[in-house]
Design a protein around this ligand. Structure first.
Ligand SMILES: Nc1ccc(Br)nc1
Length: 446
């Protein structure tokens, strides 16, 4: 079959038949547009990365949750002009239900919190690693799915929650070999923008939309952003006021602009003080131009970035105290972040820090003749029960082949089941690292 696939690709290249098959009757072996296959070598990298995500979440005492990739569309319908909802992967199912592949995990988290209601002990510290989707015109050739790690804290109103979440992000970066010279985290608060807009008399109901437009400043030219703000009804003087506030680069300056009683200044000052305590203050950069592109943030917002500025945001998050209310529930303070599986891999590749976990087994077990296959199967079971990973050779092979096979599998030992040893209740165990072998009684074999 491999040959056929190769032929199909070379001869035909693409699907020619209306049946979706090549002229040789081969199905299209590529995954759907914008999606990825994970071959074993890809899966080993993915398992390593998700293992690091989960290890950090566990180190912080978080519990894992998950929810369906398929959700009711209404969970994601927000009228703030976000890219994430513009690109919703939504459709009508066979029961005429409006459904969507989740573009993010936070609304599902909110749904689960509401489902538990008052029975949910607070604070709740939950994490998830889940596939998220968008439907983007393939003209841009971008992916339509990625996996995202989320950590969220429900029930903590103070910036202690954000400080803990930032500590988790820094812990992850350190675990995978990145330092504060490689990456940083830009931190701000939406209360900065809220204060400025209030000073200029912009109605609160425009706040989310203004944030979504301002978030485009690092993607669109300034005049385009100003145009979108004007269309939204934000007067030019206000736009200038907003944009000049975003160019502030110190909390002292911010305090002069917003006044000594500003909540934004108090939150950020406290957050940097806590960061000092954790020891990651040098990883943080106060940057009021960070607003993030999700409508529901209400306070501190942050995003991980590569200091060389070559890549898109590595991760992002913030406080969102009004999401449960938006779903008709009672509000509870919430803060969290999302960390995708794409940019971090690009960054680790750039830094030469991307691991390539090899496939390996502990033992290769080989019967040296057909009559000993049941015995060899028994040996493999015994070793597996002892916790070893065992590749049992399933065809009749010679010793030479067995050695090569064990080497390919990076095996630690080659266990040979031969007639003469078996008669004496033994097998031959070759230690492939120490080039030494011994006859081991079956009852002593582990
Ligand atoms: N929200 C979202 C979903 C899928 C991808 Br790829 N990127 C962003």
């Amino acid at each position: 079959p491999i040959k056929a696939v190769a032929e199909a690709r070379t001869v035909v290249g693409k699907i020619t038949e209306p049946t979706g098959r090549t002229d040789k009757g081969l199905i299209d072996t590529q995954p759907p547009r914008g999606t990825r296959d994970f071959f074993p070598e890809d899966m080993r990298l993915r398992n390593w990365l998700f293992g690091e995500f989960a290890a950090v979440s566990t180190a912080f005492g978080f519990e894992q949750f998950d929810a369906p990739v398929l959700e009711s569309e209404e969970l994601f319908v927000r009228k703030a002009g976000e890219e994430i909802t513009d690109q919703l992967y939504n459709f009508e199912d066979k029961g005429q239900r409006r459904v969507a592949l989740r573009p993010e995990l936070t609304p599902s988290l909110a749904r689960l919190v509401l489902q538990r209601g008052r029975t949910l002990p607070l604070p709740a510290k939950w994490f998830a690693i889940g596939q998220c989707w968008r439907y983007e015109r393939m003209t841009r050739g971008r992916r339509r799915e990625h996996y995202q790690w989320n950590m969220d804290i429900v029930g903590v109103a103070g910036v202690e929650a954000e400080a803990e979440l930032l500590a988790a992000i820094v812990t992850f970066f350190e675990r995978v070999g990145l330092s504060k010279d490689d990456v940083g985290v830009k931190v701000s608060s939406r209360k900065v923008l809220q204060s400025v807009l209030t000073q200029y008399g912009v109605p609160p109901e425009s706040f989310a939309r203004v944030c979504i437009i301002v978030d485009k400043l690092d993607k669109l030219p300034r005049d385009k952003v100003e145009e979108e703000l004007r269309v939204l009804g934000v007067p030019p003087a206000t736009i200038d006021g907003v944009l000049s506030a975003l160019s502030i680069r110190s909390l002292e300056e911010l305090s002069r602009l917003l006044g000594p009683d500003s909540e934004a200044v108090a939150d950020l000052t406290r957050l940097f003080q806590l960061a000092e305590g954790y020891g990651y203050k040098d990883w943080l950069v106060f940057d009021p131009s960070v607003v993030r592109g999700l409508a529901y943030y209400t306070g501190i917002v942050f995003e991980g970035f590569d200091r060389e500025g070559k890549l898109r945001a590595i991760c992002g998050g913030g406080r969102y105290d009004r999401l449960l209310g938006a779903f008709g529930g009672d509000n509870a303070p919430m803060a969290g972040f999302g960390f995708g599986d794409a940019v971090i891999v690009e960054l680790l590749k750039e830094k030469g820090k991307l691991p390539a976990p090899p496939h390996r087994v502990d033992d290769v077990v080989v019967p040296l003749d057909t009559a000993l296959r049941p015995a060899a199967s028994g040996i493999a079971s015994r070793l597996r029960r002892a916790g070893r990973s065992v590749d049992l050779v399933l065809e009749n092979k010679k010793m030479k082949w067995a050695f090569k096979h064990a080497e390919k599998l990076n095996a630690s030992r080659l266990v040979l089941v031969g007639a003469s040893e078996w008669e004496r209740g033994k097998v031959v165990v070759k230690d492939l690292a120490k080039f030494h072998q011994e006859e081991v009684p079956v009852e002593d074999l582990i």
